[in-house]
Ligand binder design. Sequence first.
Ligand code: HSE
Length: 404
Amino acid sequence: MSKFAVMGHGVVGSGTVELFLKNKERINSRQGTDLELGYILDIRDFPGLPYSDRFTKDINDILNDDDVTVVAEVMGGVNPAFDFVKKCLERGKSVCTSNKELVAKKGAELIALAKAHNCNFLFEASTGGAIPLIRPLHKDLAGNEITAVEGILNGTTNYILTQMIEHSTPFEKALSDAQAKGYAEKDPTADVEGHDACRKICIISSLVYGKHVYPDSVHTEGITKITAADAAYAKANGYAVKLIGSVKKLDDGRIFPLVAPRFVPFSNQLAFVNDVFNGVMVYGNGFDEVMFYGKGAGKLPTASAVLGDVIECAETKGTILSATWEDSTDDSFIADYRDQKVRMYIRLIGVTESEASKAFPGAEFLKGAKDGETAFITAEEKESAINDRLEAFDGFVAGKIRVL
Ligand code: HSE
């Protein structure tokens, strides 16, 4: 028998238990496993559940039970999850996590620890919710060089933007709906300020390029500065506004990760990824491009990815499956966003088209300009050069969003 334990009975933890118990017979007969739910670790009490007898408040119950070979860590946050995960791996128990903060901040160390103890540290559920993304990047697409990844990686902000732009729902209402649906982080600042998407692009970048990318090294902007006026210009001119996490390999060997709102042209399928869905475009030198799409947050969608990892660990006991990347001691392999070429949507108040066109040669002026304002998309040039040109309009800039 392979017992597995679940650490944390919050949204994802309770979903993992629910999905496992619902599909247990099918899983074990189809996958040839003998998985059994051993323990659920949580400091809270959950009386009256059909599986109340599985709860423990003591991690030693999990650590000391040799029948527990796999542990799902779905607590979130670095502490105490890091300590608990380390203890499990040191006992040779594989860990499957949905905890993007843990992987983004401690991934290299935990992968190395898992290898040293002949077990696995898997994290499919950390990025893209239900979407199979980590395993395809690590395995199915391994025969290629991945040149770029661009995606909508946060369900909460995509839900909020969709509600605000398509249904004119106020920001606060859209956010509280996302919280009620179990999409948002405990502190939703991590969603709206882009930190959650940043952690996910760190995980993708580390996996794809082989060196740990830490969140502090990635320029990150959230969705709080996006206005209804900017969204209206976008829509009228063939764009959607989306929070995009991206990374690409530069010709000089460095990588360029970024998290920021973008004008996404309707010619790009990401423009039509709405609500809690995530969408990820991956570009490579053999397969050209593939798109991944599915629910990026929520109880059962995320549980689905956790359970997939748990089942794989049970199926392949003793086999090392984990992706590998090196730790990094500095971020000299990460390019500065200000040096990268970009086209920028800009909205200026009290500035005429002719004044703006003198400062921004090659600008494409947008339809639907209101009296007293000018909106345009710049020609492509270094972001620092665009910022230099904008200095002349200090105090007049009402909107500024990069174009994908
Ligand atoms: N808060 C996250 C999101 C949960 O909205 O995408 C899934 O990682």
